[in-house]
Design a protein around this ligand. Structure first.
Ligand code: NAP
Ligand code: GLV
Length: 309
């Protein structure tokens, strides 16, 4: 009985130790050292090469190392009869909330402007609105979006979220469905994207949607790079429709050296590090799921490929 591990980040040893403590009977195999494919029952993966998982005949479950599963959905050979479990883990959620709160506060308090001013040795104060006068909008009010919304609400911001179904996060205004998108965008002075990447959400940050934001809005994208149309985001930044942006994800990663985002004075680039799954807590979530499978209990956080997330 073995688990196949494949990650982009070199943390295999930490994961191996964490899993060995909780599931000592499970042999840990770090891709590409697969061994006998028939012995692999579980795969814990990030960006597995296309077709690799289809070679494992006795696979019982595929666990995504991240919350997003677009890296798996894009594999045409992904085994159809094996459940895919996305990562839902307290430290992944807290990490994202830290990133969103940090980004919202940085724009709200115009720290991005002070960073530029410091380079020019310019001493100029900006009076900023109070938190309750600032409207923050979160695209995607799921596990990550609802926690970030809750903490921003606690800080006093006027927070709304947009999701497929209506939500009830205390203190957070819920907009839903296609008809809810326009009024949601029209009020979002700081727009945060925490959507999964699906056929319906691809390219959602485009010229048309960005034009609906109040002029001089801020954009924080920590969803996926393909949520934005890069040329449209740049045009909105250059026209002043967007005052500044924090971009953690890009259509091509690593961000190519010649990308205009690197040097753009209104853009903070972070390397898809908004929140990274920590083995310390996530191994427990994994062990819990494997226990459910073994005991015939229903699995939590299974991906619904018909809706795309
Ligand atoms: P989740 O719990 O599945 O939440 C997804 C949210 O998006 C839900 O509220 C869902 O609505 C909404 N949604 C999906 N499709 C929609 C549509 N067509 N229209 C309106 N709303 C839609 O996912 P999560 O755990 O919060 O993770 C969200 C995403 O964050 C991941 O998929 C990943 O892309 C990204 N992420 C990025 C990083 C990073 O480091 N940058 C780290 C972790 C995750 P319902 O609630 O109605 O279903
Ligand atoms: C990271 O991008 C994740 O989906 O967890």
């Amino acid at each position: 009985m073995a688990l196949l591990f494949k990650s982009d980040v070199d943390r295999a040893e930490v994961w191996q130790d964490a899993i060995a403590t909780l599931l000592p009977e499970l042999e840990f195999r770090n891709w590409p050292e697969v061994g006998d494919p028939a012995e692999i029952e579980y795969a814990l993966v990030w960006h597995p090469p296309r077709g690799e998982l289809a070679k494992l005949p006795n696979l019982k479950a595929i666990f995504s190392l991240g919350a997003g599963i677009d890296h798996l959905a894009s594999d045409p050979d992904l085994p159809k009869d094996v459940p895919v479990v996305r990562m839902v883990d307290q430290s992944l959620t807290l990490g994202m909330t830290e990133f969103v709160v940090m980004s919202v506060l940085r724009h709200h308090r115009r720290i991005h402007d002070y960073e530029l001013q410091q380079r020019q040795k310019t001493w100029e104060q900006h009076v900023t609105p109070l938190a309750w006068q600032r409207k923050v909008g979160i695209l995607g009010l799921g596990v990550l979006g609802s926690d970030a919304a809750d903490k921003l609400n606690y800080l006093g911001f006027d927070v709304a979220g947009w999701s497929r179904s209506e939500k009830n996060v205390p203190g957070v205004t819920s907009f839903s469905g296609e008809e809810g998108l326009r009024p949601f965008l029209e009020r979002s002075e700081i727009l945060v994207c925490l959507l999964p990447l699906t056929e319906n959400t691809k390219g959602i940050l485009n010229a048309e949607t960005l034009a609906l934001l109040p002029r001089g809005a801020y954009l924080v994208n920590a969803g996926r790079g393909q949520h934005m149309v890069p040329g449209d985001v740049l045009a909105a930044l250059n026209s002043g429709q967007l005052a500044a942006a924090t971009l953690d994800v890009f259509p091509e990663e690593p961000l190519p050296q010649d990308s205009p985002f690197w040097d753009h004075p209104k853009v903070l680039v972070t390397p898809h590090g908004a929140s990274i799954t920590s083995p310390i807590t996530a191994a427990e979530a994994l062990a819990e799921s494997i226990k459910c499978l073994r005991e015939g209990q229903p699995l939590q956080n299974v991906v619904d490929f018909d809706r795309g997330y």
